[in-house]
Each structure stands twice: as C-alpha cells, then as structure tokens.
Design a protein around this ligand. Structure first.
Ligand code: ADP
Ligand code: MG
Length: 617
C-alpha cells in the first residue's frame, strides 16, 4: 500500500535546488544554487545588460560627433547621424527593457523558490519546533524577509550597471578634457551626502511608521475578533481611545517623514542642474576659446545627468543589502532547522496492524519544558514520563485516567511520534514505531483531540480531509457513527455548509463530532480519543461508542477522559501517576481496591460524585 500525503492539493512545485547547506558561507553565496537554477533569465539578463550599458554611454558620444561634424559644415551626413542615433536609441530601449525584465523575472523566481522552500520546511518541522517558535511570527516575518531579498536581487544589479556606466563615461570624459570632467562631476559628492542624510532620517521614521501601522492593525483586529469580550465588558470607549491614540502616533511619524523629505528633496533635485550650469559656464568659456567643441558641451551635460544615478542609489543599496542580509539570516535559520522527527533510514510502511500497543520503560521530558530548581542547585526539566510501561492488546478498549498534567495526552503524542521518547521502546504489533514510516504510522493511529481544528471549508471536505476522494456515502456513514449526521442535515446547506474560521460557527460538541467523523472515515485500527467527547453530552456520547463497537469490534481504542460515563465504557482502566502506570484493572476493581483512583476521580469530576458511590454500571 502506498501512502500519499492526502488532503493537500499541491499548490507549488518545490524548487529543484535549495540554498547551499554550508552555513559558513556568506548569505549571497548560499543563495547561488537557487539563482543558478534560472539560467535563462540570468544569461539573457547579463548579455542584454551589457549591451544596454554600452549603448547608453555611446549615445552622448555619438551626439557629440554628430553636432561637431555638422557644425563644421558637413551637412550631407546629417540624415545618417539621425538614423544612427535613432537605431542606438531604439536598441538601448529594447535591450534595457529585456535586461530589466529578465532581472525582475529572476528576482521573482528566487522569491517564489524561497517561499516554497520555507513552506516545505515549515510543514515538515515537528511539534517541538512549534513549541519553541511562534509560527505566526515566522510566517509574517517571512513575507517581508523574502521581499527584502527580492528587492536587492532586482535593484542591486541595476545599480551595479549604473556604476559601470559611470566608470565608462568617466573614462571617456577624461580622454576629452580633464578639468571640464572634474567640474562636471564636482556636485556628485553632494548628491551622495544629501541622499544619505535623507535616508538616515527618513528610514528610521518609515520603520516607526510601519510599527505604528502594525499596532493600529492589531487594535482593529482585536476589536473585530474580540468584539464579544469588548462588549461584554462594556469596554468600547476604552478601545476607541486606544485606537485614537495609535492613530495619532502613526500620524506623527508620517508627518515627520514628509517634513524631512521636504527639507532635503529640493537640494537633491537641484544639484544636477547646478552641475549642468557649471559645465555650461566653464565649458562655454572653453568653447569660446575654441578649446572644446559644442558637441563636447552637449555630451558632458548628458553625462552629468546620467552619472547622478549611482550616487543617488548607492546609499539605498547599501542599506537594502544590510536588510537583505538580516532577512536572509532569519530565513536560513528556518531552512537550516532539521526536522528532528523523520523516517529512519530504511523505514518501511506499517502493515495494517491488529492494534497491539506496548510502551516499555518509556522516559520523556518536553525539550522546552521550563526548568525547575526544586530539587537542588542545578535546574532540571521535570520529566513527564518516568519509565512508563503499558500493554494494550489488539481490539481492547482502554481508558487512561490521571490528573491534569499527568501525561495522558503525551502518551498519545508519543504513540503517533509527534515527539520522540527520550528512552524506552514503543511498539505496535511488536514493531518499533521507529522502524516504520511516519505516514503509515499516522494513517493507522487515529487521534482526536479535545479542541479539534476545522478548516474553513464545507463540512464534507472537513470530514473527508484524510481521504479527499471519499464518496458522500462514506462521509455520511462516518458522520452518522459520530452522531453528527442529524445536526449536519439541519445546517443551511447540509454537508456543503462552510464551517470554521470563515464560516458557520459550530458548538464545541458539534466540532468534536465532526472531528470524530473525520478520523472514523479513515477507519484506523487504533483510535485515540483524547478528551474528544468532553463537550458532547452523555447520551450522545454513549450513542457514539455504541456505533464504534458496531463499526469495528476489533479496533483498539484508547479513551482519555475525565467523565465517569466515558471511563465506564472501557474494558480496562490504566491509572497514570508520577509518569508511570500505577494501577490497572476494570473500573469496578479499581474503585473497590485503589484509593488513589477514587481520589483522582473525585478531583476530576466533582459534578458526578454519586456515580462513584454507585460503583460501575
Ligand atoms: N508542548 C509542551 N511543551 C512543554 N511542556 C508540555 C507540553 N505539553 C504538555 N506539557 C507538560 O507536560 C505535562 C503533561 O502534559 P499532558 O500530557 O498534556 O497532560 P494531560 O493530558 O494528562 O493533562 C504537563 O505538566 C504539561 O504542562
Ligand atoms: Mg490532555
């Protein structure tokens, strides 16, 4: 049997290359394999870039010759000059266009690759990664981080080219007239200085403004999503005040940014004209003396304009490079994260098991658990499981009972290998769960948690999440067993009703029943219901369990529950305390002979104390 990753339509193709795995290289070097993948835009871009560059520098030089030869009386060539210039201009336009297009295409391709790589990695990382990191933060940061790398890739080469144009033009001007060249370029350092001043004051303000924008968005978001809380505490006015204050802060940052721009921009705009005026003044005097030609004056003026570009942009690109480097560090951090739970080498698919489960001497501590100083000077993370042993025979229905925090859910997570036990072995039908593929393991171990997540899609899609091609008949059968069919048919559109975040809001018990149906549809031989019926009322719950018995009698079922009525359904109860199974037996046995059991039940379910006195049903 082949296990497909089900339920996810492939929306992207993973790039063929990834970043260079060598972490000692610079971030640009590590990006090279991704860039090299896109040979075509890279090659076309480089070639057309160089041609566009040469043409750009050549145009003023050709204009110079045209003017000079025409002024000197040779008018016959005028049409030729015009045709040549038109061709040069057209060529420059076309090659420049191609260059920019390939460059941006390259940058977008790399952006898409990075996004796909990041997404791939985020979906393969295990629970423990998400315990350590706030995934929402990773994803929201990723967007701006990827964008800043994309920006540098798109504009970096453009600015490099204009730098090259500067060098070429500079060399050419020097061969014509050295002092005039120096005069022509004398304003450029000022362009840089003012540009830098503008950036160092405006950019921080832009950041402030962005942060304040985010603040504002958060407040709006909280008001919309938390509107019930806001209203029930009659806190509307306080929220409006918060919003007004945040809006004021944002306004201040934006006004300051505009003021600064208004102060420096006129200088930056005027400087090239000052440069041109100086060329005309000094060059004009030289021309009157016959030391330079009129054409040279024209050419120099054109170059003065052209040569501003790298000076205006240089500071920007340095800043952008710094940002991109910081962004790359953050992205690579995620990409370098090894999924700590993956198929072992040579893992094979688990065959459909009979459902015999064994934990032998299992120790487990959450890697991110807060250290405790209780037992001595050196901090110690408190272990959750301390040499746990348990055996559940295939087909058995077992309840695990223990206090909140005793590790019941942890057992379920270890069984599906969402976390890795620190030591000990866990086997299914005698096979270590390490030696089988994760996909097959999770296919056969059906877990239902107490707060199930529903996707914003139809009820049908939610139930068929694990088997997207399931017939409606099968979906209905699973929903019926989970006692969900009745309320689903009463929804506006029946099985097509959209539920979840952006749809119809279901009650906790209804969500749980849909989640049970979702797992039942896959018909797993091992079923773990972790508080999965906590919000479902007792009669409906027992109907679910009746249906479960009917559906597949030889299924192994682990019930994690506080409710006596649920526990009573089990063939056998395991009592969990101090990270170990401390007692096992039927509910009646334990009630009669195990005072710890009675105490824990009394703590867990104070609302049903009389059931304890009555004994097992
Ligand atoms: N993701 C986690 N990271 C760190 N500690 C955890 C995590 N999940 C649970 N714990 C801790 O492990 C212990 C056992 O948790 P759990 O198995 O959920 O208990 P139960 O399901 O019996 O209430 C608790 O002390 C809990 O605080
Ligand atoms: Mg739990």
């Amino acid at each position: 049997m082949v296990f497909e990753h089900v339920g996810l339509k492939v929306r992207h193709r993973s790039p063929r290359a990834s970043i260079d795995p060598d972490r000692d290289l610079g971030w640009m070097r590590r990006l090279l394999p991704l860039i090299k993948q896109h040979r075509r835009p890279l090659l076309i871009g480089a070639v057309s870039g160089v041609i566009a560059l040469v043409l750009q520098v050549a145009v003023p030089a050709v204009v110079r010759s045209a003017i000079d030869s025409t002024i000197s009386g040779d008018r016959s060539d005028l049409t030729t000059w015009i045709v040549v210039l038109l061709c040069l201009g057209l060529g420059r336009f076309l090659f420049g266009l191609t260059y920019r297009y390939s460059l941006f295409q390259l940058a977008w391709n790399v952006e898409t690759d990075l996004r796909a790589l990041l997404y791939d990695r985020l979906t393969t990382l295990s629970f423990s990664y998400y315990d350590r990191t706030q995934s929402g933060q990773v994803i929201s940061r990723a967007n701006s981080d990827i964008r800043s790398i994309q920006l540098l890739l798109a504009y970096g080469p453009l600015i490099m080219m204009s730098g090259l144009a500067f060098v070429l033009a500079f060399g050419f001007m020097l061969t014509i007239h050295v002092p005039l060249t120096l005069v022509a370029l004398s304003t450029l350092p000022l362009v840089y200085v003012f540009g830098q001043k503008l950036r160092t004051t405006v950019f921080p303000l832009t950041w402030v403004s962005q942060a304040r924008m985010a603040e504002l968005a958060t407040i709006v978001d909280e008001n919309v999503n938390g509107t019930r809380v806001v209203k029930s505490f009659a806190a509307e006015e306080r929220q409006v005040n918060l919003l007004a204050r945040a809006a004021d802060h944002l306004k201040w940052a934006n006004v300051e940014a505009i003021k600064t721009r208004a102060r420096y921009n006129p200088f930056i705009e005027a400087l090239p004209r000052v440069g041109m005026a100086m060329v005309l003044l000094y060059g004009g005097l030289l021309a009157v003396d016959g030391k330079v030609s009129i054409g040279t004056l024209f050419a120099f003026n054109a170059y003065v304009i052209m040569m501003q570009a790298p000076f205006r942009m240089f500071g920007f690109i340095v800043l952008q490079a710094q940002r991109a480097s910081a962004s790359a560090t953050r992205i690579y951090e995620v990409l370098d994260e090894e999924p700590d739970i993956a198929d072992s080498p040579g893992a094979s698919d688990l065959d459909r098991p009979a459902g015999d489960i064994e934990f032998r001497d299992v120790h487990f501590t959450y890697p991110n658990a807060a250290p405790s100083f209780d037992e001595g000077v050196t901090p110690r993370r408190l272990p959750v499981l301390t040499g746990l042993n348990l055996h559940i025979a295939g087909g058995e229905t077992v309840a695990i009972v223990g206090r909140t925090g005793s590790g019941k859910s942890t057992i379920a997570r270890l069984l599906a290998r969402f976390y890795e036990a620190d030591s000990g072995t866990i086997t299914i039908d005698g096979q270590s769960i390490h030696s089988v593929t994760l996909t097959s393991l999770r296919h056969y171990v059906g877990l239902v948690f107490d707060e199930p997540f529903l996707f914003s899609s139809s009820v049908r899609d939610n139930i068929a999440y694990g088997l997207p091609n399931a017939d409606l008949d099968d979906v209905v059968r699973a929903a019926t067993a989970a006692q969900a069919h009745e309320f689903i048919t009463e929804l506006g559109n029946g099985y097509d009703t959209v539920v979840g975040e952006r749809g119809y809001t279901l009650s906790g018990g209804q969500r749980q029943r849909i989640a049970i149906a979702r797992t039942l549809l896959e018909n797993p031989p091992i079923l773990v219901l972790d508080d999965a019926t906590s919000a479902i009322d007792v009669t409906v719950e027992s109907a679910i369990h009746d249906a479960l018995h009917g559906l597949l009698a030889d299924r192994t079922t682990i019930l994690i529950a506080h409710r006596l009525s649920t526990i009573a359904l089990a063939d056998r109860v395991l009592l969990l305390e101090g990270g170990q199974v401390v007692a096992t037996g039927t509910h009646a046995d334990l009630l009669a002979h195990e005072p710890r059991y009675v105490q824990i039940l009394a703590e867990a379910d104070p609302l049903e104390p009389d059931l304890i006195d009555e004994g097992a049903p």
